[in-house]
Design a protein around this ligand. Structure first.
Ligand code: PHE
Length: 337
């Protein structure tokens, strides 16, 4: 009788899955589960079994009943949702390709940041990260920027309080690192910087990568070598590089690094203001005063530091002419990278 039950179940399930309409399901339900139905009939015969077999049979019968009810309600759902159109009459076609989940991708700024860090990693620089909300000491004072320095103007800096600012550059990472660690060191620090500025070439928040290399005999030649190597790895080995004398309070001598304009190849165009050159970073040999501020002996160690805007590098790599595109989150823009 157990076998009879199982056969009945298989037959019923097959008929349910073949059913083409709600009506057909209705009929099947009556045929098997109705008061005079086949399953019901079989259940009535439980009494004819030897007493010891009854519980097991009863259990199985209940299970069959449940399965059948479930199959019926699933079939009914399938029929009602696929009711329109002949192709879908039989419900889901499992051989059709599924709907692919959309893949995310990295923002162009993230991609560029990772690329820059990779290049310096290969030259032995380690990545550190330091706070965006910073004490005056790390952002200005220790970097040889006295309280009357123009960069501290309220026009340029977001002040949280008298002594607390949103860092205006990642150079604070130089001080944070040197205070904690002994030379020699080679670090790069990526992160956000903030300035009160907003137009096609400035956003109040932007990204920088800071770099610092300090040791017993780090020379100007080393400084130039590392940065030229960096430029060549990012923009290609044939790109011209020049060091243009400049000023930063925390480096002496200081230089801005320019590359031959990637748009006009040096002929002069709007992008390079007809100079043939594009500035990509600020840099210099670490000022002895900075070493004193962190307890390093300027007679024993030398070093160089640099800082670059990630947005700027990304714009030059891809020829993007409006900085604000990076933050509009327009998918038509972001999907291109
Ligand atoms: N902090 C400087 C800036 O934001 C860049 C810089 C870093 C210059 C390190 C020299 C050395 O413009």
């Amino acid at each position: 009788m157990q076998q009879e039950l199982i056969d009945l179940k298989n037959q019923a399930l097959a008929e349910v899955s073949d059913a083409q309409s709600e009506d057909a399901l209705e009929q099947l339900s009556t045929r098997y589960l109705g008061r005079k139905g086949l399953l019901t009939g079989l259940l009535r015969k439980t009494g004819t079994l030897p007493p010891e077999e009854r519980p097991a049979f009863g259990q199985l019968a209940n299970q069959v009943k449940k399965e059948l009810e479930q199959a019926l309600s699933q079939a009914s759902e399938r029929l009602s949702s696929a009711g329109r159109g002949t192709a879908s009459r039989r419900g889901v076609d499992p051989t059709l390709p599924g709907i692919r989940p959309r893949r995310g991708r990295l923002h162009p700024i993230t991609q560029t940041e990772r690329l820059i860090l990779e290049v310096f990693n290969r030259m032995g620089f380690q990545v550190v990260e330091t706070p965006e909300v910073e004490l005056d000491w790390y952002c200005f004072e220790a970097l040889n920027m006295p309280p009357d320095h123009p960069a501290r103007d309220m026009q340029d800096t977001f002040y949280i309080s008298d002594q607390v600012v949103l860092r205006t550059h990642t150079s604070s990472a130089q001080i944070r690192t040197m205070e904690k660690e002994k030379p020699p060191l080679r670090i790069v620090c990526p992160g956000k910087a903030f300035r009160r500025d907003s137009d096609a070439t400035h956003t109040p928040m932007f990204h920088q990568v800071e770099g610092l290399m300090v040791g017993e005999d780090i020379t100007f030649a080393e400084y130039k070598g590392v940065l030229i190597n960096f430029v060549h790895q990012i923009f290609g080995p044939e790109v011209p590089v020049r060091f243009r004398p400049s000023f930063f309070p925390f480096t002496e001598p200081s230089a801005e690094v320019d590359i031959g304009c990637v748009v006009c190849k040096g002929d002069g165009c709007r992008v390079c203001s007809h100079t043939g050159w594009l500035e990509i970073l600020g840099s210099g040999m670490v000022d002895p005063n900075v070493f004193k501020n962190v307890g390093y002996d300027p007679d024993k160690v030398t070093g160089f530091a640099f800082g670059m805007g990630i947005e700027r590098i990304a714009m030059l790599r891809w020829g993007i002419d409006d900085l604000r595109m990076f933050y509009d989150n327009d998918l038509r823009f972001i999907r291109q990278f």
